[in-house]
Design a protein around this ligand. Sequence first.
Ligand code: 6PG
Length: 480
Amino acid sequence: PHANIGVVGLAVMGSNLARNLASRPGNTVAIFNRSYEKTQTLMDEHPEAGFVPSADYAAFAASLSKPRTALIMVQAGKGTDAVIDELVKVFEPGDIIIDGGNALFTDTIRREKAVRATGINFVGAGISGGEEGALTGPSIMPGGSAEAWATIGPILKSIAAVAEGEPCVTHVGTDGAGHFVKMVHNGIEYADMQLIAEAYDLIRRGTGKSPAEISEVFAEWNHGELESYLIEITAEVLRQVDAETDKPLVDVILDQAGAKGTGAWTVQTALDLGVPVSGIAEAVFARSLSSKPEQRAAAAELPGPVDTWTVEDADEFIEDVRLALFASKIVAYSQGFDEIVAGAAQYGWDIKKGEIAKIWRGGCIIRAQFLNRITEAYASDPGLVALLTAPYFVDALDRAQGSWRRIVAMAAHAGLPSPAFSSSLAYYDGLRAQRLPAALIQGQRDFFGAHTYKRVDKPGIFHTLWSGDRTEIETEPSSH
Ligand code: 6PG
């Protein structure tokens, strides 16, 4: 046995990670796939990698040095359980199984517990960066035990992206912590993409610029504080011309967004945890709305302004959109970090927010210049209650809020949907408000269900006798 790491599942992510691993000094990579054909193809196409192939699980285990370490890259779900079952049969206590797919973190918690009972280590690792990231350097978010991290840390560091001289991988926390953080990453990804899409739509409809012209706008934004992978690829997509029709590609792509589920998980989990990730939720719902062609067709005649809008000063307007995008993006990240904090408290993970911001600076889909500011914010105040309140962001929001309000108001007037922009602004103003109408809701709850309320002026729990003489009673004695 001489391979120090093995990869199971040789679809594009698995193949690219295997090649990435093989390209780093010190690694010999064992490979296995359910059908041998894929294994053979990878061997034929990449003789330089020096892969050690196997046709069955026993041979795969025998080709690995101890502690055996296998990275599973199969479709998340039942396939993952099947592979784990097979590996557990041929691995021994102390060996390590890593699931690098987009698993639901509660599945990872369950699997880790079951595998740990056999003495084998199970690590759920979020891996972000798509096909190219897998090959050249992804961002990696591993959970699992400290013991497993001691072995796999150096291997994962060898293949991860590097940002500001540091590898984009850290031991996130135990059991499902890594997949939890990857889930939130994807939720932020959804929000960021929706915000960018709204920005494009507003510019197009407000100024009449073509996709190619708007591509230039995004390319320019990518030189400033919005610099990020998603802004960069947006410019690429907008500049693409369809070979068949000669139209902008974006105009021939069906406007129904797909989703594989991680965004929905982020929101479902946030609902359970009671964390208002409203910007992320709007992004998930916006994809759902887009994918309801029958409803959309039926609603086409609903009253409201249609394409009646032109802005007076295109340059000023575009700058407003840029600032609205930046402010809304700050909200999305802040909400995502809130969910990580709540998840860590709920599941007993010691997750360092600053470390997460660091490993998202490179390799992953949401990598952005801006992550450096988040890293700095948590470095100077690890107990920061809301990312929005860090000095850099207070200043950014101060600069942006006038534009943000103008854009949301204009969009509402023009009848243009901007759910992520407007919900982010509503969240911001809700958080800022020192007095909320939640007081009235408490009154209503007390009226119809005797759900009680607290008072601003004295401790205790109170109820008004709504159906009686409407006097107030104290339902539980206060400590005074
Ligand atoms: C990543 C991506 C990756 C995948 C998304 C796509 O971090 O590399 O997030 O995991 O592309 O799951 O998600 P949707 O298909 O739901 O848009």
